[in-house]
Design a protein around this ligand. Structure first.
Ligand code: FAD
Length: 473
């Protein structure tokens, strides 16, 4: 049985490893022990901030020798309470924030070797500086770290063209739960030597080891980008336009982000962003085409939109005329996940279904909410091009908030069941963390859960590496 109690001698040995880079004052620890949604608050025994792989390895080895459990933490922007200690434990947090070096950029190999604590936005900017693209992009990119992105197999807004985080990695270095360093930092595009071990750690949410470095894939930088905001008569029309764009623009389609009317109302109420159309519609999408050639993408998109307009798939469209206008459209989309926090308590979903089932899921979810929480404010937005919908039920504007909170479990099960019945997933990109452990057990087969536990117990037989997250025993 692992413990979280640090005796004074062990505490001082751990502090010695990182020099002065630790926090053990409860007030200063507060920022590290609250999850990004503000739903969970934990306590930690201390926060250690190693500067390199060797220090991480020494900390973890000492934890293993003394049966002490620990939690790897990146930017702490995760939405499933995976990066903070469990509610009954006061675990040690290993924060990667000081491991922020970019070690090597190989423009011929189109790769970049980075420390796990690099902020995503810094990686994007460093790629841009050598005329390359690192395509992972999400609203938290100014504070999330690449180690956290890889540990959660983050998705974001460019999955349609470039895939999830796991598709953007060639090599990995990981400190295993016994303190041993696995050096898989290979920069190879072809390498079939046995099992692809890095895939085990990608998406494992810090439960199988601490990611310390990665070799990332870079891509040609887009020379032309066209961004548009489009209004639709109904939800079905969004998938029809998606299909048409795929047919007519091939791999130019970079993003297809859905927002319903309630999201625009939210922005009106709680941000300085307002609807750029002259009237209000019920359904919108932000669409982006990009190409690594100099092409007139505005003309390409206009052609598709005219065809869609003639078939009544599209009601109105604004093509970004300047960089400022394109950025404004993106700001609207990216402000939604922070603005909805201003509505108070919410039950937030991260479901995915096959793209063809998106309209049916949204109709069923709205019907379910009408019957089970009629006063809740729903918001529907997300990466609809990948079938990933962030359906959210926020507390009523007026009325009994406590009664709404008490519905959390029923709403969670009800909405997730709808997704599962459409062959979907209860967690498309945020992962399981602590918040969705019950759902994993509910929706994944005994065989699948048993295999996950066997992998966990093989790599972490003491159950000290982020215990209580993803799978427990
Ligand atoms: C406004 C907002 C928008 C978001 N949009 C998206 C989105 O579009 N797509 C998406 O996928 N997610 C999104 N997220 C969720 C979140 O940003 C991602 O999950 C992100 O990848 C987490 O990175 P992080 O560095 O903050 O990790 P953390 O929150 O610190 O950690 C997340 C998990 O990874 C583990 N971990 C962290 N670093 C390491 C490491 N070095 N080694 C091993 N394990 C580690 C932690 O233990 C934890 O289980 C959003 C969050 C916010 C607040």
């Amino acid at each position: 049985m692992s413990t979280t109690t640090l005796n004074p001698e062990l505490k001082s040995q751990l502090k010695d490893i990182v020099g002065n880079a630790f926090v053990d004052d409860p007030v200063q620890m507060a920022a590290y022990v609250c999850d990004a949604l503000g739903h969970y608050e934990a306590i930690a025994s201390m926060i250690l901030k190693p500067k390199n792989t060797n220090e991480v390895s020494k900390i973890v080895r000492l934890c293993s020798e003394n049966n002490i459990s620990f939690v790897p933490q990146g930017g702490n922007t995760g939405l499933v309470a995976g990066a903070i200690p469990g509610p009954e434990k006061a675990e040690l947090i290993i924060s990667l924030e000081r491991m922020d070096a970019i070690h090597e950029i190989d423009s011929i190999n189109s790769t970049m070797t980075v420390d796990a604590g690099c902020i995503l936005e810094n990686i994007q900017n460093s790629a841009d500086a050598i005329d390359r693209l690192f395509p992972l992009s999400l609203a938290a990119e100014g504070s999330c770290q690449i180690g956290g992105n890889l540990a959660t197999n983050a998705g974001g807004t460019a999955v349609l063209k470039y895939g999830n985080a796991r598709d953007l990695v060639l090599g990995l270095e990981v400190v295993l739960p016994n303190g041993e360093v696995w050096d898989g930092l290979r920069a190879l595009r072809k390498d079939n030597a046995g099992y692809d071990l890095k895939q085990l750690f990608l998406g494992s949410e810090g439960t199988l080891g601490v990611i310390t470095r990665a070799v990332l894939k870079l891509f040609p930088k887009p020379r032309s980008v066209c961004t548009a905001l489009v209004a639709f008569p109904d939800i079905e029309a969004t998938t029809l336009l998606l299909n048409l764009l795929r047919e007519k623009t091939g791999d130019m389609l970079n993003a297809f982000e859905y927002m319903d009317k309630h999201c625009f109302d939210l922005l009106d109420e709680h941000s300085d962003l307002s609807n750029p159309f002259s009237q209000s519609f019920s359904h919108y999408a932000l669409i982006e085409l990009s190409s690594s050639h100099d092409s007139d993408l505005n003309a390409v998109l206009e052609g598709v939109l005219v065809e869609a307009f003639d078939s009544s798939i599209v009601l109105d469209a604004l093509i970004g005329a300047s960089l400022t206008q394109k950025q404004y459209f993106w700001k609207m989309r990216e402000t939604i996940p922070t603005a909805y926090k201003k509505l108070g308590f919410g039950v937030i979903f991260d479901i995915s279904v096959p793209v063809s089932s998106v309209p049916l899921f949204i109709h069923q979810a709205n019907e379910f909410m009408k019957n089970n929480a009629p006063t809740a404010r729903t918001l529907t937005f997300g990466h609809i091009g990948d079938g990933n919908i962030h359906y959210s039920a926020m507390q009523p504007k007026e009325g009994d908030v406590a009664a709404f909170r008490s519905l959390k479990k029923d709403l969670t099960v009800g909405i997730n069941n709808l997704a599962i019945n459409l062959n979907g997933s209860f967690t498309a990109e945020h992962g399981v963390g602590f918040a969705k452990v019950d759902e994993l057990l509910r929706y994944r087969s005994e065989t699948e859960v048993r295999l996950m536990k066997q992998i966990k117990s093989t790599l972490d037989p003491q159950n000290i590496c982020n215990p209580g997250k993803v799978v427990s025993w």
